[in-house]
Design a protein around this ligand. Structure first.
Ligand SMILES: O=C(CO)[C@@H](O)[C@H](O)COP(=O)(O)O
Ligand SMILES: [Co+2]
Length: 223
């Protein structure tokens, strides 16, 4: 496995898109080493968000800070989009196991671009769905809300699920959590085995996003 930054990964889904560069710089200056970028196509999930051109626009400032761009593809048939995001500067590309019959192929595409692959499972997807993929990815992301929107409450059943996922994954891949992560939920996720903590609204909707970043980092054990 390549070296992967652990800790809190701010999700720009909840940032002010009119000031996107400034908002990314704010969390990079606070110490974020992973910036999470949610891509939604209006099919796999109802909303439509951003694409490779926006990734390309923010990637240079992320890389200049020594951080990585973590692209979460909530799109049908992600294998059609891997090339564009790799060329746009994505460092890690996460594909949903539910989004394609060819998830192993998509992971191979990501690796062939020299990027880091990850696989994502939705709340309704059992951890066994990644059993044949753990050895070909760097990260397994466990959705702790249903995908598609920021600001949803953390699904408490995720803690027991993370325990089952950690038992399956062991030290073969990092475990990332995404959805409803805040200073209250990050600690239990860390105890259950998570090492990467995506947080959107808890950071960018906070009165003081930098303080929120530090609080969640401390709660996760990366303060
Ligand atoms: O992938 C997603 C949503 O589908 C996330 O990355 C959200 O951005 C998380 O937002 P919060 O739950 O932290 O507000
Ligand atoms: Co996400």
């Amino acid at each position: 496995m390549t070296t992967i930054p652990r800790g809190v990964a701010p999700s720009i889904l909840s940032a002010d898109f009119a000031r996107l560069g400034e908002q990314v710089d704010l969390v990079l200056d606070a110490g974020a080493r992973t910036i999470h970028f949610d891509v939604m196509d209006g099919h796999f999930v109802p909303p439509i968000t951003v694409g490779p051109e926006v990734a390309k626009a923010i990637a240079p400032r992320i890389h200049a800070a020594g951080a990585i761009l973590d692209v979460h593809l909530m799109v049908e048939r992600p294998e059609r989009h891997v090339d564009a995001f790799a060329e746009a500067g994505a460092d890690r590309i996460l594909v949903q196991v539910e989004s394609t019959p060819n998830v192993h192929y998509a992971i191979r595409q990501i690796r062939d671009h020299g990027r880091s692959p990850g696989v994502v499972i939705n709340p309704g997807t059992p951890v066994d769905a990644v059993a044949e993929l753990v050895d070909v990815v760097d990260v397994v992301l466990c959705m702790t809300v249903n995908p598609g929107w920021g600001g949803q409450p953390f699904l408490e059943s995720s803690i027991a699920k993370l325990g089952r996922l950690k038992a399956l994954v062991g030290d073969r891949a990092e475990i990332e959590v995404d959805g409803g992560v805040d200073a209250g939920t990050a600690g239990p996720c860390a105890e259950a085995g998570a090492t990467i903590f995506v947080a959107g609204s808890a950071i960018f909707h906070a009165d003081d996003p930098v303080a929120a970043f530090h609080q969640i980092s401390t709660a996760a054990g990366y303060g």
